[in-house]
Design a protein around this ligand. Structure first.
Ligand code: SAM
Length: 274
């Protein structure tokens, strides 16, 4: 396994839990009798990657539902595209709009790579679109206003997936397949509710969220959520009102605050049941 431990996903991924890594590493040590860690909603895989480094003694299964691994395996091409575009932007001030003629030139370079095979539009977006904006296709990118948000160095993902067992499936299927649930730690980081899913290929509504809660019963987990989902309020309500409740009772809560601008923000949460 590579020595390098990543502090963040090597390629941009919205919703990655890099801010929890310090806490997460510490908490993993508590699960001393487990034989497997299953990252049901792997996303960028950063939690799986860190988990494998912290716990090389256990199997770590990364559910790569979005095929992030395809993006990782095309890092060289992505770097090549960015190196071709970078010199074209020297006269465009940082964070300023790319003039239309230049935009057309950039799109034609990208089109060439698209016709020849694969383009990682999400990664290119973080060098060509306004912060937080993503495109996932050529059409999507061409419709957006371009800005010079060019990253000045190349990406590297060497050794990132080392030691991980990578699968691509629905979380329910993976959960059902796990043989020794008593000895498994589940990492559960479902998508944000539908208004916020952005670049993910899914649309999550409240009932989907509630279905995930059913998995928590009787399992050992680290569960991530946000103040925006109101899931903790909901569990408390269920607890007070019907017998279904209790899944989050006794879970320890860790928080991270995200400031969006001076007067708004939200809190991400990590709940642990050992
Ligand atoms: C909040 S993200 C996980 C982020 C991840 N923990 C990280 O740090 O990068 C949720 C992920 O669940 C994936 N997902 C959506 N529906 C899914 C499903 N039915 N089964 C498994 N994963 C799913 C999304 O595509 C997204 O990658």
């Amino acid at each position: 396994m590579s020595e390098k431990v990543y502090a963040a996903a090597p390629l941009p991924f919205m919703g990655q839990k890099r801010r929890f890594i310090k806490d997460f590493k510490r908490i993993l040590k508590r699960f001393d009798d487990i034989t497997a860690i299953v990252d049901l909603f792997g996303g960028s895989g950063i939690l799986s990657h860190v988990a494998k480094h912290e716990r090389p003694d256990v199997r770590v299964i990364y559910n790569d539902y979005d095929f992030y691994c395809d993006r990782l395996s095309h890092v060289k091409t992505t770097n090549e595209i960015l190196s071709t575009i970078r010199p074209l932007l020297v006269d465009v001030p940082k964070d300023k709009k790319v003039p239309d003629g230049l935009k057309r030139q950039i799109l034609s370079i990208i089109r060439g790579y698209d016709d020849a095979g694969y383009v990682d539009y999400i990664t290119l977006s973080s060098s060509l679109l306004f912060s937080g904006k993503y495109a996932t296709s050529y059409e999507g990118l061409s419709k957006q206003t371009m800005y010079n948000t060019m990253k000045q160095s190349g990406y590297s993902a060497d050794g990132y997936l080392d030691g991980l067992e990578v699968v691509h499936c629905d979380y329910r299927e993976l959960f059902a397949r796990c043989p020794d649930k008593d000895k498994t730690l589940f990492l559960i980081d479902p998508p944000y509710l539908s208004t916020e899913v952005g670049a993910y290929k899914c649309y999550w509504k409240l009932t989907d969220y509630l279905d995930v809660l059913k998995l928590l019963q009787g399992t050992r987990f680290i569960y991530f959520t946000s103040s925006k989902s109101h899931i903790i309020d909901l569990c408390e309500w269920i607890d007070d009102n019907i017998q279904l409740g209790g899944v989050l009772n006794g879970a320890e809560i860790h928080t991270q605050t995200n400031q969006i601008n001076y007067n708004s923000g939200f809190t991400d949460m990590m709940l642990v049941k050992a």
